[in-house]
Design a protein around this ligand. Sequence first.
Ligand code: SAH
Ligand code: SF4
Length: 410
Amino acid sequence: MTLSLDLTANPTRDALRARAAMPAKGSLIGLSRAELGEALISAGVPERQAKMRVQQLWHWLYVRGVSDFSEMLNISKDLRATLEQHFTIARPEIVEEQISNDGTRKWLFRFPPRGAGRPVEIETVYIPEEGRGTLCISSQVGCTLTCSFCHTGTQKLVRNLTAEEILTQLMTARDRLGDFPERGTPDGAIVPAEGRKVTNIVMMGMGEPLYNFEEVKKALLIASDGDGLSLSKRRITLSTSGVVPEIFRTGDEIGVMLAISLHATNDDLRDLLVPINKKYPLKDLIAACRAYPGLSNAKRITFEYVMLKDVNDSIEDAKALIKLLRGIPAKINLIPFNPWPGTNYQCSDWETIEKFADYINNAGYASPIRTPRGRDILAACGQLKSESERMKKVDRLALEAMMIGGHGEA
Ligand code: SAH
Ligand code: SF4
């Protein structure tokens, strides 16, 4: 059974809604330390105090996870009032929280308008597993790319998310999962790294993160900051469809783990599945992978490969895959295709996927088959699409029928 929490009756949500309706104040979330210092000085904080105030705020925001200035107990009432007057540290509105029967959670978040724009909605997914919990974060509302097997690709790009909006997906998930220390105590216990629910993040939600490089970079540098949210860069993976010019910078300037949505081993097929291949063909993509900063056996690139029935799932394809990746420290992640209403693709049969995986394992590669998670709440890879294009009931019924058909279930 899927659990869907109605958050509309919650008074806190009402307060958040009211706040969302007010003219936008600049958020302090997502600013670098230098930008935070400048913002404070612009609000009248004396320059000589700025560095100390930045440290205090950083701690409250990213270690303690407060979302209200009144909780910043070592900051004077006057200064808290000044901060409140000029800035916000509010979380997005949670429009919906769904909990799948396998424990996967999906949130629909609404962000207030930017400039003359409209409010936007995006989805974030939490996947609990034995010994770890992964948060799948969105980088854009919609996507400009049109990978033919991806549901998000059918939704036009509305806009890039800001660093604040990328980070608050993580922070709000941590609020909901109890990953921040208890509120209201001066030194409430800090949740130790090993006790946390969100241990890993993947930029694999809606959008192409490398088409929003600067904001994604700012957000991930804050998420991995050792005096704040403290996620190890080895536990952060950025997935790209192959925006070749930004791949080196991802390793050099952000330093996180890289995943490539490969899905095909020749240009003809990849042009059809992942059309950005026409701009950056396989030769260039593979060269960029070989040059990825820090690449080693301890820091491998993950190649994602969606299993599409009779399209890319033969043993010949597996052979070509091994040949293509020769010499690159790599993991291969086989993703059973997740269906969505209107798609012409089907997931490969389970037996075919296992044969494909065996071939790859025998060639010496780790090749986990990604178990589909949260399909009942449309939270699995490539199924995300936001409220602005939320499914019609008739589409949902069609999808349920497809899933009862058992495409690719383990
Ligand atoms: N835009 C980025 C990240 C988001 S997509 C990218 O393309 O890499 C995250 C992963 O889900 C990608 O590997 C994508 O190819 C895969 N995916 C998309 N649609 C899917 C579907 N219907 N079934 C299974 N995987 C899908
Ligand atoms: Fe965009 Fe990634 Fe979907 Fe392609 S797979 S349409 S790049 S979100």
